[in-house]
Design a protein around this ligand. Structure first.
Ligand code: FAD
Length: 446
């Protein structure tokens, strides 16, 4: 019987168990639904990355005599129409555990069932699907370390190959062209697609031994930059974990821990879907915050007058990515120096990040705001200048993204004269004052 493979955040052919299931059914329609609910809020970098990834998937399918059929609209209508057009008995997906994705899939499933078509979920974007790792009492973990131990003990299946052979179907009508969003000038995006993900991963395996020592340095290219590939499923973490298991270095172990954080946050969001918007620790909802205003705009646009913060915010706009250490600093700055609620920052991140992922983004923001699971204690407040000096010791990162400070004697704390000469703004706030203010507001809710 014909089948539909509905691609969502698994834009790859290898190590894709749902695709293997589809191919085993009979001829397969490779489908992507451009869902306005997800496309509309996405910023230019996100749209461009997804479009490039879809083009990559289409290219890989064409090599097998197929192609990607893209339709626009609400999946609840579009998926059943596509299934009917090819006479499919089953629609295959890898399961989505996010709040929107799981609601959408339940609605699509109902619409398909009415037409006698089955929705089959095989696999997920994680080595261990959210909800599988629980405490002895059957609850979700709230703390990372015991989660990561139980997660490692749970184990995962090995990677599977891409389907061999298979016959393919296409939609004759109703398909849209692959999106070609206009790219703002000077946007430098990472290369998208399964082949690029595989290349980047093989390069990383050569250098991963030093990962634990250098991963906090935004001035070095010392992290893997695999996040967007993982976000869109151009590679599966199983594939990566299998390669890491063959290495003995502390760098490889540290990298594996980062992959475990990704799985932990997905598990937390699955157990507590409301935390995509609401404080995981409800006391924080009672804290006094400031409305986002001119200072929030300065943060978004990278002109707070704090060089490391501005460098990060500009890197985000220019490349759709920001170094993890700097994400932590800019998030802390927004919440604790500007007293703006985390969800405003999280929304800005999701609009621009090519790796923007609801689980990782919202939970990391809550972590930075002190309100998340296993969060940084609220009273530990990053000093952006000291963070800059420590993790960008020669100032190369700041000079790259805030080029007007290239000639400043101290790029992390430019003198008033250097600021004036460079046209670089004065600091929007005094860090020591706002630190005291943040602690005072925190005392009110303790
Ligand atoms: P590497 O250091 O090479 O890490 C390898 C992989 O491990 C990453 O690709 C990622 O999948 C995972 N990982 C690493 N750190 C984390 C972490 N703290 N939480 C979850 N997974 C992690 N990551 C996203 O993928 N999407 C987001 O939307 C996102 N938003 C964030 C928002 C804030 C405020 C903060 C502080 C962090 C956020 N992160 C997010 C986590 C982290 O910053 C990125 O995963 C990382 O910078 C991606 O670069 P990399 O692939 O080179 O990372």
């Amino acid at each position: 019987t014909p089948a539909v493979m509905w691609f969502r955040r698994d834009l790859r052919l290898s190590d894709n168990p749902a695709l293997l299931e589809a191919v085993a059914d009979g001829p397969v329609l490779a489908l992507f639904v451009l869902d306005p609910a997800l496309w509309r809020p996405a910023g230019p970098s996100r749209r461009a990355y997804l479009a490039a990834s879809l083009r990559g998937l289409d290219r890989d399918l064409r090599r097998r005599g197929s192609r990607l059929s893209v339709v626009r609209g609400d999946p609840v209508r579009r998926v059943p129409l596509a299934a009917r057009a090819v006479g499919a008995g089953r629609v295959h997906v890898s399961a989505d555990f996010g709040p929107y994705g799981s609601r959408r899939d339940a609605a699509v499933e109902r619409a398909l069932t009415e037409r006698g078509v089955e929705l089959v979920r095989t696999g997920s974007p994680y080595a261990v699907a959210p909800g599988r790792v629980t405490t002895g009492a059957g609850a979700a973990y709230q703390v990372f370390t015991p989660f990561s131990r139980a997660w490692a003990d749970h184990g995962w299946r090995g990677p599977v190959d891409a389907p061999r052979g298979g016959s393919w179907l296409e939609l004759d009508e109703g398909t849209a062209d692959l999106p070609e969003p206009a790219l703002p000038a000077r946007l430098e995006l990472p290369e998208a697609g399964e082949a690029a993900a595989g290349r980047r991963w093989r390069e990383l395996l050569e250098t991963v031994a030093a990962y634990d020592e250098e991963r906090d340095r935004p001035d070095l290219d010392a992290t893997s930059r695999m996040s967007a590939h993982l976000r869109w499923g151009e590679i599966h973490p199983r594939t990566m974990l299998a390669d890491l298991a063959r290495l003995r270095s502390t760098g490889a172990a540290a990298y594996r821990t980062e992959l475990a954080w990704r799985e932990f946050f997905a598990d937390v969001l699955w157990a507590r879907p409301e935390t995509a918007r609401e404080y995981l620790r409800p006391a924080f909802a009672r804290m006094r915050y400031d409305e986002p205003g001119a200072r929030f705009d300065a943060w978004r646009e990278g002109r707070t007058g704090f060089p490391l913060v501005d460098a990060g915010m500009r890197q985000l706009r220019a490349t759709g990515w920001m170094h993890n250490r700097v994400r932590m600093v800019v998030a802390s700055f927004l919440v604790k120096d500007l007293h703006v609620e985390w969800r405003h920052g999280a929304r800005h991140f999701l609009r621009w990040l090519v790796d923007g992922d609801l689980a990782s983004n919202q939970q990391n923001w809550q972590w930075a705001a002190g309100s998340g699971v296993d969060a940084a204690p609220y009273f530990r407040i990053f000093n952006p200048t000291a963070q800059g000096r420590r993790f960008d010791p020669a100032g190369d990162y700041v000079r790259r993204w805030v080029p007007e400070l290239a000639a400043a004697a101290d790029p992390h704390d430019p003198s008033p004269a250097d600021r004036a000469a460079a046209g670089y703004p004065e600091a929007v706030v005094d860090h020591a004052t706002e630190r005291r203010e943040a602690l005072a507001r925190w005392e009110e809710i303790r």
